[in-house]
Design a binder for this molecule. Sequence first.
Ligand code: SF4
Ligand code: SF4
Length: 447
Amino acid sequence: MANGQTQPMNPLTEKLRLRLDEDQLTNCMRCGFCLPACPTFAETGLEAESPRGRIALMKAVTDGLMAPDQAFEDQMNHCLGCRACEPACPAGVKYGQLIEQARDAIEDHKRHKPLVRAARHAAFKTVFPHQNRMKWVGRGLRFYQKSGLRAAAHATGAMKLFPKHLRDMEKILPDAAGRGVVEQIGDRHPAKGEKIATVALFRGCIMDVLFTDTNIHTVDLLTAAGFEVVIPREQNCCGALHAHSGEAEGARELARRNIQTFKAAGVDYIVSNAGGCGAILSEYDHLLHEDPQWRDDAVWFAERVVDISDLLVRFGRKLDFGRDDAAGGTEPVRITYQDSCHLRNVMRSSDAPRKLMRQVEGAQYVEMTGADRCCGSAGIYNITQPAMAGQILDHKMEHAEATQASYLLTSNPGCLLQMKHGIEEHGLSGRMEAVHIVDFLHERLNK
Ligand code: SF4
Ligand code: SF4
C-alpha cells in the first residue's frame, strides 16, 4: 500500500490458509483427467463444478487472488465428496482431504442462523456421538412408526409442513428395530468350524438403528465363513458425518474413542458393512496424524479396517449361496449393483462385492451403466442439496431400469435409502427392490 499500511486479511482466507494442505494444492497439474469422473461436472459442464475447478478456487484464495465469497462456499458445498476424482488423478492429489479442510475452515468461520445452529448442535454434539442417545432415537422412531403417529401424520396432512425431499425420505425409512445388534444377539459369536481369525464388527449408528437385521446377518455370514466375531459395546459413531460437514475436531474425538475401544478388544480385523463408515475408519491414521498421543494407535486401527465383502473374498471360507427356499426359490433372478463411492474410491473395493454376487446360484449379475458414479445420497447431500441430488438420481434410475434387474444391491445405508427413494419416484416398485448386499447373500446362504 502506498501509505505503508497493509490490508487486514479476510478472516476466512486466513483460516483456509491455515487448514488447506499447500502441497496437495500445488500437486494438481491442471491436467483435467478427473473431469469425466466427476458427477457435478457431468451434470453442469461447468469448470467451477469440477475437481480441477474447485482446487483452482482454493488455490486462488490461498494465493490471495480472490476473496472467499458466497460463490466460493457454494462450490465447496456442491461437491458430493464422492472422491471419484481421486482414482482418476495421475498426480495422486488427495482431493478428499482438501475438500474436508476447506469445509472445516468455512464451518469454523460461519455464523449460522439460530435454528440451523441448534440443529447442528443437536446432531453433531448431542445425538450422534452418544450410542445410547442414538438408541433412544431408534426407540422414538419405532414408536412413531408403530403407534399410529406416522399414520396420523400422513392422514392429517401434517407431513405437508415439511419440504418434499424430507417427506420423500420419511416415506422410505425402514422400520426401526428399537434394539441394536448387541441387545438382540449378544457381543461374542464363535466361528463355525475351524477359526480363521477374530474380527470386531463396527455396528455403525444409523446401521444399528435402521438396519439392525443387516448387522445380525453380517455376524451370521462372518461366523459361517470361519471368523469369530466380537462387537465392542462401547464403540460409537465413526465420525464421517462430522468430517464431511466441517466438524473435524468432533470427528477426531469420536475416532479416539473408537480406537481405545477396539484396541482393548485385541482383534485381527475391524469389519464394516457400510462403505461410508468403513472409509473414514480406514483413514483414522490421517485424521489423527497431527496428534502425537494417538498417531500410532490410529495407524494400528486403520490397518485393520476391512469391508465385509473384501474379508469374505480374501480370507474367508467359501460360502454356499445356493439355498433353495430363498425368495423366488431357485428361479433365476437378475441382480445389479450400485457401488458405494467411499467403498470404491477410498477403500478401493469394487471387485469383491461383484465376486460374491456372481457366486449366488440362480442369480444373473448385470453390470449397471455408471454403477461407479455417485447416486446423489452422499451423507446428507440429498437433504442439503436436493436439486442436484435429484438430478443425479434421475440419471441413476434410468440406468437401473435399463438393467431389468429385480434386485438393486448396495453396500451402504445412505445409498440403500437413496435407491429405495429412486425406485419409488420412478415407479419401479413391484419390479425392483433395493437391498443391502449382506441381506441378499444371507437370504441365500446354505447354513
Ligand atoms: S468428490 Fe466427487 S463431486 Fe467432488 S469434485 Fe471429486 S468427483 Fe466431483
Ligand atoms: S486429475 Fe489430478 S492433477 Fe489432474 S486436474 Fe484433476 S486433480 Fe488436478
